[in-house]
Design a protein around this ligand. Structure first.
Ligand code: DAH
Length: 340
């Protein structure tokens, strides 16, 4: 009996040692201690042992069982620790590894400038009105004091879709829609695409404008000048100022051409400002009374100013681009460089 127990014990210890994982170890446990296990078979045989030998044999069986159980427990602990270690090993993160480089896109320069302008005017309290790219001749010209036979129509080569409909040549058309829909006080900007049959290094048949319109009681040219000075400092940098030169637009009276002091040379004269210290940036003026009256706005009470900014022109000045085509050719080498 003693030998039998001894051999069970040795075999068990060897099997436990050789178990490579918890599943195998459990199989070993069942084969010895399980209901149909070897040691259970020995215990069942106890009834054949002489009564006087039973205590001693019982003690051997118990010792064997305990030895096997403690070997099993020890091995189990070891295998569990090993399993955990392998898991930690496989899940280890090296926080010092350089991050994976991801290519990211950026907004088109025109979108960037348009957003910058919208943010600046938004912070001054302007609302945004987006008009339609297809307009009627009335909104694009007639209501803006430019009737059919007006010579100012020649200033803009128009793409007509029919005698009545056209691709808007200016976001100024939005002024009329806004004034028809809303009573003063009015303070809106209207950004969008405009179209003209025009094509050279600084002109494109499709380009972007941002119109501005303010109508309220007591609005003067001084309000326009003050707002423009604020605006150019935001977009071109502190210390930049504006000057107004007389000009002509049918829908404003008086009309002005707005120059900005050269932000590259500070006014001393350089290539960018062609030695003059000033750069022309936009057109503006006091809204022509005829235009206000056409929209049923009482000109004895209200006055207003308007301005029109060329978004491509601002982008070209800001980023030193000398050909407008570079903005429309989708050349990533160009577009990637502009990410403000
Ligand atoms: N619509 C003009 C153009 O496209 C620009 C302009 C000039 C807009 C003066 C205005 C303005 O609102 O007051 O050339």
């Amino acid at each position: 009996m003693k030998e039998k127990l001894q051999s069970i014990r040795e075999q068990a210890i060897a099997d436990i040692e050789n178990s490579a994982n918890l599943e195998t170890l459990n199989e070993v446990r069942m084969s010895i201690l399980g209901k149909k296990g070897e040691l259970s078979a020995v215990l069942k045989g106890m009834k054949d042992v002489a009564p006087e030998d039973r205590p001693k044999v019982g003690q051997w069986v118990n010792e064997t069982k305990e030895a096997i159980e403690s070997a099993l427990d020890e091995k189990k602990k070891m295998l569990e620790e090993e399993k955990l270690r392998l898991r930690y090993e496989s899940e280890k993160i090296d926080v010092t590894m350089p991050a994976e480089q991801r290519a990211h896109g950026n907004l088109h320069p025109i979108t960037q400038v348009r957003n910058q302008l919208t943010d600046i005017f938004g912070s001054m309290g302007f609302e945004v009105y987006e008009g339609a790219e297809i307009e009627t001749d009335y909104y694009n010209f007639t209501a803006l004091n430019t009737p059919q036979d007006h010579p100012a129509r020649d200033m803009q080569d128009t793409f007509y879709l029919s005698p009545e409909f056209l691709l808007r040549t200016q976001t100024s058309a939005g002024q009329i829609h806004v004034m028809e829909a809303k009573k003063p006080p009015i303070k809106v900007i209207s950004p969008g695409k405009v179209f003209r049959s025009d094509d050279d290094a600084t002109h494109s048949p499709m380009f972007t404008q941002m119109e501005g319109l303010v109508v309220d009681e007591g609005i003067t040219l001084c309000d326009l000048k003050g707002m423009l000075d604020e605006f150019v400092q935001e977009i071109f940098g502190k210390g930049t100022t504006t000057r107004l030169r007389p000009s002509y637009f049918p829908f404003t009276e008086p009309s002005v051409e707005v120059d900005v002091s050269c932000f590259q040379c500070g006014g001393k004269g350089c290539k960018l400002c062609k030695g003059t210290g000033w750069i022309e940036v936009l057109g503006a003026g006091m809204v022509n009374k005829k235009v206000l009256e056409g929209c049923n706005i009482d000109t004895d009470v209200y006055s207003g100013f308007a301005f029109g900014i060329g978004v491509e022109r601002i982008a070209m000045l800001k980023y030193g681009i000398n050909n407008i085509k570079l903005l429309f050719e989708s050349d990533l080498r160009v577009l990637k460089q502009i990410d403000d």
